[in-house]
Write a protein that binds this ligand. Structure first.
Ligand code: SAM
Length: 243
């Protein structure tokens, strides 16, 4: 996983900034229970999405384990941030109306402890909202880049910890039932073949861990036309489960 303390300063600008936060928060809001009064954003990062969920009569809390990210979140959510691991939240059982996990589960070796903790703090009837299939988001729209890397991704990508079917099975086992789904665009986040090659070479792509996989990916990307033209923006999935 990235060092988010080191990443904090550039995080917002490099992840789509306010335009991404606006569409992400609007998508989350569509899945929140009507009248949600206490909303907990777990792995809130800099709070750029979290703060957009503030409404009159609603308490919005942010939790994250990176002090560097939380320092920025505290400016947006004064007095409402918690430094905590997502699998061990300092909150009472059944105390929140909604738990959000935006861009967290794909980073973890196992989503199960975090889902169980989210379930614990949710009140009966509360809603868990989570992103799913994050690493596939760049390839859902048809493009030459998606096509050129499809076989490599299918063959070499490890099973994602935030795969929608896996999350649905785990949530169901915890007594949560699927109640909705939406998505939001990663505005301006579409990447060019050259940018993908650089990401592969920096070891950022899960399907390029071995030298042969890396070489095959770099070859496939280098063969594409318009090396510096960004391909379609990613589209991020959000799933909702009710307790
Ligand atoms: C990709 S960022 C997402 C931030 C925010 N949700 C957003 O959409 O901008 C991932 C965040 O997860 C946090 N994180 C990673 N593992 C965590 C854990 N086990 N418990 C709490 N936070 C965690 C990182 O510190 C980072 O702030």
């Amino acid at each position: 996983m990235l060092d988010y303390d080191a990443e904090a300063r550039d995080y917002d600008a490099s992840r789509g900034g306010e335009p991404r936060a606006r569409v992400a928060a609007a998508a989350v809001e569509r899945l929140l229970p009507v009248g949600a009064r206490v909303v907990l954003d777990v792995a809130c990062g800099t709070g750029i999405v979290t703060a957009r969920l503030l409404r009159p009569g609603r308490t919005v809390l942010g939790a994250d384990r990176s002090p560097g990210m939380l320092r920025l979140a505290a400016r947006r959510l004064p007095g409402a941030v918690l430094c905590a691991d997502a699998a061990q939240l300092p909150l009472r059982a059944g105390s929140v109306d909604a738990v959000l996990l935006v861009w967290l589960l794909h980073l973890l070796p196992d989503a199960a402890p975090v889902l169980a903790e989210a379930r614990r703090v949710l009140r009966p009837g509360g809603v868990l909202v989570t992103t799913a299939d994050k690493n596939d988001a760049y390839f859902t729209a048809p493009s030459d880049l998606a096509e050129a890397t499809a076989a490599l991704r299918r063959r070499h990508a490890p099973r994602a910890t935030d795969a929608a079917d896996l999350l649905t099975a785990r949530a169901t086992a915890l007594g949560l039932r699927p109640v909705g789904e939406t998505s939001f665009p990663g505005l301006g986040q579409g990447r060019s073949p050259r940018a993908w090659r650089e990401a592969a070479e920096r070891g950022r792509l899960p399907w390029c861990r071995e030298p042969a996989e890396l070489a095959a990916t770099v070859r496939a990307l280098a063969a594409l036309p318009d090396q510096d033209a960004p391909r379609p923006d990613p589209r991020y999935r959000l799933l909702a489960f009710r307790g």
